[in-house]
Design a binder for this molecule. Structure first.
Ligand code: GDP
Ligand code: MG
Length: 295
């Protein structure tokens, strides 16, 4: 039995969550085209006959602007220790710049086994990809370089095959049935948060948290009560919308998808509460389950 831990790192929007979802073929992480949607180190666990790979999806590494940014960075770095392989993921469709250089320098000496994943090659032609590989070879000491498309599942199989060659003989850390070590409430709250962000577009930034307050299950349905927490009363107004239209759309979107995931009819109650400036209060950040406090 071979087993090991893989951290997926890279700038926000590189495609880390998409890759994890493609690998797990299930909606584990929350995908959004806005940076910084993934906050916790969501683990996907891939078990087959002879191996178990545990994936850690790190929140994007970037220069912090406020408290929340600092917490994100901290948990991104802490997950780099003790992993067997780092997948360093780059959005190959955007030019190399100082932001990318910053991340590259942060991870450079963190592991022996860094795989460079040039993602989104579906947006590029062959020549461009070849050119990028040559350029990236000079930037760091990568064990492997894989041009991939996380979205179109290009080269992901090959990546997994090679990854297994880097794993050591080890125990099965998790029950083979386990695909994700977060509890279901976490997945539910992330899903609701995703719907809030989609529906409200630019108006609601990432200053929104969702807490599951109550969950009741009967034979044919699941009742869920969830609290959406925002920073300003103006944001509360946006989320509720004219005559409650917005929150109804959010609720219906979430209900529909929760039904698919939970396999039962779902009745969702949503509430909105204002917690001023919660992003800058570290205690609150942890209360909402984001980041790791003890280090
Ligand atoms: P993360 O912030 O690194 O977790 O990035 P996400 O996985 O949330 O992806 C950010 C955006 O890039 C989303 O809109 C994805 O659909 C898109 N994306 C991810 N992988 C690919 C890819 O291989 N090709 C293309 N064209 N888009 C991708
Ligand atoms: Mg993500």
């Amino acid at each position: 039995m071979k087993s090991g831990f893989i951290a997926i790192v890279g700038r926000p929007n590189a495609g880390k969550s998409t890759l994890l979802n493609t690998i797990m073929q299930q909606k584990l992480a929350i995908i959004s085209n806005k940076p910084q949607t993934t906050r916790n180190n969501i683990q996907g666990i891939l078990t087959d006959e002879d191996s178990q790979i545990i994936f850690i999806d790190t929140p994007g590494i970037h220069k912090p602007h406020h408290e929340l940014g600092r917490t994100l960075n901290k948990s991104a770095y802490s997950s780099l220790q003790d992993v067997d392989v780092i997948y360093y993921m780059v959005d190959a469709s955007v030019p190399f710049g100082s932001g990318e250089e910053f991340v590259l320098n942060q991870i450079k000496n963190k592991s022996e086994n860094i795989f460079l994943l040039l993602n989104k090659v579906d947006l590029l032609n062959r020549e461009k990809v070849m050119k990028l590989i040559l350029q990236w070879q000079k930037r760091g000491d990568f064990k492997e370089i894989f041009p991939i498309s996380a979205l179109e599942e290009f080269n992901v199989e090959a990546l997994l095959k090679t990854t297994k060659e880097y794993l050591m003989d080890g125990p099965m850390y998790f029950d083979p049935e386990t695909i994700c070590d977060h509890d279901q409430n976490f997945l539910i709250s992330e899903l609701i948060r995703e719907k809030v962000i989609y529906r409200t577009e630019e108006e609601i930034p990432h200053s929104v948290a969702v807490v599951i307050e109550n969950r009741d299950e009967t034979d044919n349905k699941i009742l869920i009560q969830a609290m959406i927490i925002v920073e300003k009363s103006s944001q509360k107004g946006i989320i509720i919308g004219k005559q409650g239209k917005m929150i109804t759309s959010i609720r219906l979107d979430a209900q529909k998808e929760l039904r698919l995931i939970l396999g039962k009819r779902v009745e969702l109650d949503l509430y909105v509460r204002v917690e001023e400036n919660w992003r800058n209060k570290e205690a609150k950040i942890h209360q909402f389950g984001i980041g790791e406090m003890d280090e």
